[in-house]
Design a protein around this ligand. Structure first.
Ligand SMILES: [Mn+2]
Length: 326
């Protein structure tokens, strides 16, 4: 089925990780023309409004907003703009997200929002693959499924228990080369039909991943040595400084070395945000972050750094302004 080959699609997707990239890569196998903007939970509503005002969505046959969910007011605007399309997809605009914090917006017809399906945790890439699967050229289906599952394992952190290191390496490649190169590389490999374990990386990409691993271990060690513990809302919090780009693996490292705090908090004064990660597998950091005006999911969440946050977590302005120097 090459129904959508002559059609165009615009993706607004999450800038943070490979699950934001996956929907765009899948989209490129299906639509003749794909363009995109990468956003985060802070700027998504402004970006969508300016895309609408600039008439961008009108120029494309399809619009996908993936892995990060706009506010209700913005979805209302999109809803009014949405239309039926003369293609197998039911609506022109889709909002596809798997974050628990977005579940209150799952009532919209254009919204596909779910955390899991049949007991399996979802990610945005698997959800987009499901929607577009029938239109992917036959030789690219298996590579897309492979990329999608690695992305899911990375995004849900299931790779760790299952020992699928390829999934984490993929995330590190993205962190090392950036969004544009990552999308280009994976799109090319899928198009050639060669994306499977063993052909995941070129030699050059493998070297980038290995170099990052060395740097990460040094960053984790330094972060732990300079951390402090503080009790906040009944939870013991390990407050660590680490480069924003290395923050995702730190919780696993701390668990591996036996750190007993309930959760990890990483301030970033440059971005003005605090990241929270579960350490004890019981604490719901989404709930925890909501008390500070933030949110996310059970295992990973964030909030703005307010005066209240600075006081509660005993931060000073030195924290994460330049973690290398601490
Ligand atoms: Mn995701």
């Amino acid at each position: 089925m090459d129904w959508l080959k002559n059609e165009s699609a615009y993706f607004v997707s999450h800038d943070a990780d490979i699950d934001g990239m996956g929907p765009i890569i899948i989209g490129k196998t299906v639509f003749g023309k794909v363009d995109y903007s990468l956003v985060n939970y802070k700027n998504i509503d402004d970006v969508i409004k300016s895309l609408i005002e600039g008439g961008v969505f009108e120029k494309y046959d399809h619009v996908f907003i993936t892995d990060v969910c706009p506010k209700k007011e913005t979805i209302d605007i999109l809803d009014a703009l949405n239309s039926k399309v003369a293609s197998p997809l039911e609506s022109k605009i889709y909002v596809i997200d798997h974050h628990a914090a977005a579940l209150d917006r799952s009532g919209y017809k254009m919204a596909d929002i779910a955390v899991e399906k049949d007991g399996t945790k979802l990610c945005a890439t698997t959800m987009v693959l499901q929607k577009l699967k029938d239109f992917i050229p036959e030789t690219m289906v298996a590579p897309c499924e492979y990329l999608s599952e690695l992305t899911r394992l990375s995004d849900t952190w299931e790779w760790h228990d299952k020992g699928v290191v390829d999934a984490d390496d993929l995330a590190e490649l993205f962190n090392g080369v950036g969004a544009e190169k990552y999308i280009e590389s994976m799109t090319g490999k899928i198009a050639s039909g060669h994306l499977a374990s063993g052909t995941l990386f070129t030699d050059e990409e493998r070297k980038i991943v290995d170099d990052r691993r060395t740097k990460m271990l040094a960053a984790y060690t330094r972060a732990y040595e300079t951390s402090h513990n503080v009790k906040v809302n009944g939870k013991v919090v390990c407050v660590c400084d680490i480069d924003y780009e290395f923050r995702n693996g730190l919780s696993q490292y701390l668990r591996d070395i036996g750190e007993r705090s309930n959760l990890l908090a990483i301030p970033d004064f440059k971005k003005g945000t605090m990241s929270y990660r579960v350490l004890d597998s019981e604490t719901d950091v989404n709930e925890f972050a909501q008390k500070f005006g933030g949110g996310g999911n059970k295992a990973a969440a964030g909030s703005p750094i307010t005066e209240e946050v600075i006081k509660a977590f005993e931060l000073n302005q030195e924290h994460n302004v330049n973690p290398q120097k601490i």
